[in-house]
Design a protein around this ligand. Structure first.
Ligand code: NAP
Length: 298
């Protein structure tokens, strides 16, 4: 029996599309910051695999304004879920970190898994970063002390049909798609357009998780396509993919850029998932744009 926390989120919904027989849990079912509720959930389902996706996730502004909430909610959720997985003898655990918890700056890019603790995370998501790093240390410790076959994945920024599109919640590519859809002649983006980013279609992360489960793969892996683009390049790729080449992109450089770069190397993952192909940005953006257009019917 496979139990998925964060089942109502972007990644959870993509996973549900390809793994429909698992149980998908949202905060409305159980509040994972409460250990007793986590134990009740485990008692109810008695899973042998847990995919732990649930997290307090948000954009730069929300992270800056609520650092205590990001730290406490994530530490509590992650600690409770892992403790309960141990108590209920869950065989496989796959938990999700994020490339934005890597050090703010390192000497050599793209970053490898062993760079994770080589410097503090960027200031704008310091609390989220340390909460997630704590989960990495926790899983590594369970592997050392109890010989658990537990894993974590470190994915880059995601986008997909299931993203939230409200201004302060959506991720860059999803927000870009909405802006392209709504624009007549021009659109505005935050910052200078210079930071470098990797973006992955949410369904790709779901396929990686399923592949790890199906093939009993255990370990800690970066998950990101090999391409890295500036925000400005991404905007151009997005315009092209949505057949809106003529839109003018303006930058509001009074707004923060965020971390300059955080690109990671996925060669460790690709050495065990030999035939895995990431969805190209053009194809993924087009798919999400079409889905967005159908739902909004402009
Ligand atoms: P999301 O769409 O924001 O969904 C978050 C999920 O967590 C929802 O199902 C939410 O339930 C649940 N949740 C939040 N607080 C909870 C609580 N106290 N108790 C129980 N459930 C709670 O997140 P996502 O984008 O799918 O992200 C999935 C994982 O990938 C997260 O661990 C995130 O850190 C990581 N990640 C995401 C990205 C990205 O770009 N999206 C990139 C790298 C890593 P409700 O729906 O009921 O609120």
């Amino acid at each position: 029996m496979i139990l998925v926390t964060g089942g109502s989120g972007l990644v959870g919904k993509h996973l549900n599309d390809i793994l429909p027989n698992a149980v998908y849990i949202s905060s409305k079912d159980y509040d994972l910051t409460d250990l007793q509720q986590v134990k009740d959930m485990m008692n109810e389902y008695k899973p042998n695999s847990v995919i732990h996706l649930a997290a307090r996730v948000g954009g730069i502004v929300d992270n800056i304004n609520h650092p205590v909430d990001y730290l406490e909610e994530n530490v509590l959720m992650n600690t409770n879920v892992l403790k309960a997985c141990h108590e209920f003898d869950v065989e496989k655990v796959i938990a999700i970190l994020s490339t934005c918890i890597y050090p703010d700056v390192v000497e050599t890019y793209p970053m490898k898994e062993e760079d994770l603790f080589n410097g503090p995370p960027t200031e704008t998501n310091f609390s989220y970063g340390f909460a997630k790093r704590c989960m990495a240390a926790h899983i590594d410790s369970y592997r050392k002390q109890y010989n658990k076959k537990w894993s974590y994945l470190i994915p880059c920024n995601l986008y997909g049909e299931y993203d939230k599109y409200e201004e302060h919640h959506s991720h860059f590519v999803s927000a870009l798609i909405k802006k392209i859809y709504e624009a007549d002649d021009s659109l505005e983006l935050w910052g200078t357009g210079k930071p470098l980013r990797q973006f992955m279609y949410g369904g790709d992360l779901a396929r990686v998780i399923k592949h790890m489960l199906d093939n009993n793969i255990v370990g800690n892996f970066n998950v990101a396509p090999e391409w890295v683009h500036s925000i400005n390049d991404l905007a151009e790729i997005g315009k092209k993919a949505c057949l809106k080449d003529k839109l003018v992109v303006n930058y509001d450089n009074t707004k923060p850029d965020g971390q300059f770069r955080k690109d990671v190397d996925s060669s460790k993952l690709l050495s065990v998932l030999k035939d895995f192909k990431f969805t190209s940005l053009e194809e993924g953006i087009r798919k999400v744009y079409d889905n967005f257009s159908q739902r909004h019917n402009r």
